[in-house]
Design a protein around this ligand. Structure first.
Ligand code: BTN
Length: 331
């Protein structure tokens, strides 16, 4: 017999800086103490820092700074029964992998998590820096079966929920720059890329990719990112518990998706928008294709489109575009 991995992890996590007795585990699961030791060695190899003492047993000193699927599984308290996730060491893009799996009929909802991406992508076909160093690259796949018109505020809604879960987890104050940038004092710590396949009158499926700079220090990144990007660890001053954060994000995203598709999100949307929007009252330039528009942001409408008052007092509405906040007044 062997010890189920989740039982071992649960014992370690619930000991609150106490000790897990190897002898007790050996008795409970009918294995030798050597077998218990081997199990803990496996956890060490997976990145867990453990202290062991002959008389006391084992104690968790630090969790792994790397995705560990059984731990995420254990930490996901509330989740739909049919949700599954896959962890990959390296992939071109978690969005691309999710699209391939949808095409191969994998049941939804599911998520793909990768330690690194070789072709991570962002909006406007830009590359997303995806080194293997404690950052989160995750894509959720859904089959919402909704009319395309109902999906328009989706990315914004999910982005607001991402802000909220990160704020709760870190006690930091993130902001959302319409439509998909997770910012801290103007520096980007995360982004979202939603891609949908649409049939005539309904969404066939969609993938929702989230990249968050968690534990990788910006000094390691390409120099062009250095000033504009930031990671959560730089802001908190300490490494974050990667698997707990990942589990919290998964739980929140699944809940947010359910609320969205159930139509039960409008009040929370307004509330979260006021809390996390960084554009309201700001002078901005919106790049829409090759055209630049300048004006003052007044809010978003029910469809998630950005509203901007231009120099002539007219309200312009943008469903897509890239926003730059202007330092000096644009109008
Ligand atoms: C952006 O800000 O432009 C969006 C960035 C989205 C990056 C994530 S990382 C996980 C998923 N896989 C990708 O290739 N892109 C998204």
């Amino acid at each position: 017999m062997s010890i189920p991995e989740h039982a071992l992890l649960r014992a370690l996590l619930t000991q609150d800086a106490g000790w897990v007795s190897g002898e007790t585990l050996a008795e409970k699961f009918g294995v030798s103490r050597v077998a218990v030791w081997q199990h803990f060695e496996k956890l060490r190899q997976a990145g867990y820092t453990l202290e062991s003492q002959r008389s006391k047993g084992y104690r968790l000193v630090a969790p792994p700074n790397d995705v560990h699927a059984p731990l995420i599984d254990l930490l996901l308290k509330v989740r739909p029964r049919n949700f599954t996730f896959t962890v990959l060491n390296e992939v071109d893009s978690t969005n691309s992998e999710a699209v391939r799996e949808l095409a191969a009929d994998r049941a939804t909802p599911f998520a793909i998590i990768a330690r690194s991406q070789t072709k991570g992508r962002g909006r406007f076909g830009r590359a997303w820096h995806s080194e293997a160093n404690g950052n989160l690259y995750i894509t959720f796949a859904f089959r919402p079966r909704l009319e395309p018109a109902r999906m328009t505020p989706f990315t914004l809604w999910m982005g607001l929920n991402l802000c909220e879960v990160i704020a709760n987890f870190t006690q930091l104050s993130p902001g959302l720059k319409w439509p998909n940038d997770l910012l801290f004092n103007g520096r980007k710590a995360g982004g979202i890329l939603t891609e949908a396949r649409i049939d005539a009158d309904q969404i066939r499926d969609l993938v929702f990719g989230v990249g968050v700079n968690v534990n990788s220090p910006a000094k390691n990144w390409p120099s062009d990112l250095g000033k504009s990007a930031v990671s959560l660890t730089e802001l908190t001053g300490a490494p974050l518990d990667f698997n707990r954060l990942t589990a919290a994000i998964i739980g929140r995203m699944l809940l947010a998706y359910e609320k969205f598709t159930g139509g039960d999100y409008h009040d929370s949307f307004a509330d979260l928008w006021h809390r996390y929007d960084v554009l309201r009252g700001k002078n901005v330039t919106v790049l829409e294709g090759k055209t630049r528009h300048t004006g003052l942001v007044t809010g978003v409408d029910d469809e998630g489109a950005l509203l901007m008052r231009d120099a002539r007092g007219r309200t312009q509405r943008f469903r897509a575009g890239e926003v730059t906040i202007e330092k000096s007044p644009a109008i």
